[in-house]
Design a protein around this ligand. Structure first.
Ligand SMILES: *Cc1c(COP(=O)(O)O)cnc(C)c1O
Length: 414
């Protein structure tokens, strides 16, 4: 713990007053009297999105009807939106496109990567990843006959070999918040001829990601977490420029065709990254995501990361100070460069403890079996919110307030 980390409320308030990103909070429509620390699960709504969607509905759809695909520029929205995300993940504009969900993009990219490595038969993945990433890799393994090998995160480097076709990792782990060294792992994988897929669900929009600087091959990521695209927002996919011309993804839908409106019968992939498209985009979702990304306008990503580190550091320091002896264990690395923008704590009663926090208007989430998870979105979270969250957590644990029937009963979405 750094000795300069503040531990009094007035010092914490001072951090908010001198926060260079303070102006971003008013870009969001946040509920009053709530502290929202779950932007890593569903990002908050940027305040201007409803007006944009109303325009899409009432003008572009109701009045423009089908002509809006051309006249309102609906058709190129996945590329336009991808270009905006490219800036956040260290890619060129034409290397990122918005399409489908993270799960589906991962499927497309894994199969495409295997097809580029016909002599190799192993997909290397990690234990403890977000389940869909592992389920999709299992499905790909079944379909292609390639072997899926899952290892613990510390074993990834030594498990790399010339048998491995593709390595699939998530940059920041959804449960622990632990972050991989993208550049070092990608470099080692490339020495052995292994292609790498990075899942950026918990990093895009929370920190500068440097895909091209790391030499990354492929990446996928989510639109509804730190990118704030709204519930079920479409996802994005990155393919390094050098791979685009020979990339063959398996879901050969008409929007990925070289000439979708020729309506010919033989599939021919589009020369550009458009070949990652499948069918018609969920247009309302794409346009909402595109509008939401304006919340990043004028934001320096180094400053964003500095605030993310400071928020997580403050949370860890306050937990150290205030939650001693209350059964809480820190599950996130203490070294800032080894974590993302979330902090996870374990506690045997994590589920009812989180329910009790939510009842007080402080929203984090629970991840089975025993994790209390707090996401810090540097665009809108304040230092004082961190202070209040840890104070409330202390009161709940000291008083046993969590031990009530309404907090103990499990809901379907946790
Ligand atoms: C959130 C998340 C997903 C979500 O996948 P969907 O297909 O959008 O449901 C996938 N992978 C990781 C690592 C995630 O954190």
């Amino acid at each position: 713990m750094s000795s300069s980390t503040p531990c009094r409320l007035d010092q914490v308030q001072q951090l908010d007053e001198s926060d260079p990103l303070a102006f971003c909070r008013q870009r969001f429509a946040l509920p009053q009297h709530k502290i929202y620390l779950d932007g890593n699960s569903l990002g908050a709504m940027p305040a201007h999105v409803p007006a944009r969607i109303e325009q899409v509905l009432k003008e572009e759809w109701a009045q423009g009807l089908i002509n809006s695909w051309n006249d309102a520029d609906w058709y190129p929205a996945p590329q336009r939106t991808g270009a905006r995300i490219a800036h956040l993940v260290g890619a060129q504009a034409h290397e990122v496109i918005v399409a489908d969900s993270t799960s589906i993009n991962l499927f497309k990219v894994l199969v495409a990567a295997l097809r580029m490595q016909p002599q190799r038969r192993v997909i290397l993945a990690e234990n403890g990843n977000f389940p869909t990433d592992v389920y999709i890799a299992q499905g790909v393994s079944e379909l292609t006959g390639c072997q899926l090998q899952c290892v613990d995160p510390e074993q990834v480097m030594e498990a790399l070999s010339e048998e491995v076709a593709v390595l699939s990792l998530t940059h920041v782990n959804f449960k622990s918040g632990r972050r991989y060294d993208m550049a070092a792992i990608t470099a080692r994988a490339h020495e052995l001829g292994v292609l790498v897929v990075w899942d950026l669900c918990h990093s895009a929009g929370a920190m500068p990601v440097r895909l091209n600087a790391a030499g990354a091959d492929f990446a996928v990521g989510c639109g509804y977490k730190y990118l704030n695209g709204g519930p079920g927002a479409p996802a994005f996919v990155f393919v390094a420029e050098r791979h685009i011309p020979h990339l063959r993804q398996p879901l050969t839908g008409w929007h990925g065709h070289a000439k979708p409106f020729d309506f010919t019968h033989k599939y021919q992939p589009h020369p550009s990254l458009d070949r990652m498209l499948v069918g018609t985009a969920p247009q309302l979702g794409v346009l909402a995501l595109e509008a939401a990304l304006e919340a990043f306008d004028g934001v320096d990503l180094q400053v964003l990361r500095a605030k993310s580190e400071a928020l997580t550091e403050l949370f860890i320091t306050l937990c150290d100070q205030q939650l001693q002896g209350l059964g809480v264990t820190l599950c996130t690395p203490r070294q800032a460069e080894q974590r993302g923008s979330q902090v996870s704590l374990s506690h045997p009663q994590a589920y009812p403890v989180m329910q009790a926090l939510i009842a007080r208007g402080i929203v984090g989430d629970f991840r089975a079996p025993d994790i209390l998870r707090f996401g810090f979105a540097p665009l809108y979270n304040r230092y004082q919110e961190v202070w209040e969250c840890v104070g409330a957590l202390r009161e709940i644990l000291v008083s046993g307030e969590w031990n009530q029937p309404q907090f103990l009963a499990r809901k379907s979405v946790t």
